[in-house]
Design a protein around this ligand. Structure first.
Ligand code: HEC
Ligand code: HEC
Length: 77
């Protein structure tokens, strides 16, 4: 089989797309990180985060914060 010029352009395009997508910023890079203080280092389980981060507690989550419990997926420590 012989590759035509158009085929090479297609291969180049496919590679460019793959590289481009892999360079997109990981979401974690842009979110606030978990502060590096004793309060936060004492907590290892995500379910304990809401002790302070819920309405009425020390630092409630903003209204528009995602309603999810997997904190570490978005907040690096
Ligand atoms: C003992 C209470 C307490 C617990 C437990 C706690 N936090 Fe916090 N957190 C705070 C307070 C108070 C602040 C705001 C003051 C500060 O920045 O230290 C804060 C701030 C933050 C911030 C914002 C930092 C910023 O730059 O705005 C993030 C993100 C965060 N916490 C994530 C977490 C996660 C994830 C957990 C669970 C591992 C957790 N916290 C557990 C009290 C707590
Ligand atoms: C889907 C991703 C995602 C998940 C999961 C997530 N967060 Fe966040 N969080 C964010 C983003 C994005 C911001 C920044 C919002 C902004 O600046 O308006 C944020 C901001 C915060 C802040 C700072 C609020 C402030 O007033 O500055 C705290 C505290 C926080 N998150 C705690 C938590 C805790 C605790 C959990 C787990 C129960 C959690 N987050 C799960 C994405 C997430």
């Amino acid at each position: 089989m012989k590759l035509r010029k158009a085929d090479w352009w297609f291969v180049l395009f496919a590679v460019a797309v793959v590289v481009g997508v892999s360079l997109l910023p990981a979401p974690k890079d842009r979110n606030p990180v978990v502060p590096k203080n004793a309060e936060h280092q004492a907590v290892t389980a995500e379910k304990d985060c809401i002790v302070c981060h819920q309405a009425g507690a020390a630092k409630p989550l903003p209204d528009r914060h995602p309603r999810r419990q997997d904190c570490f997926r978005c907040h690096a420590r």
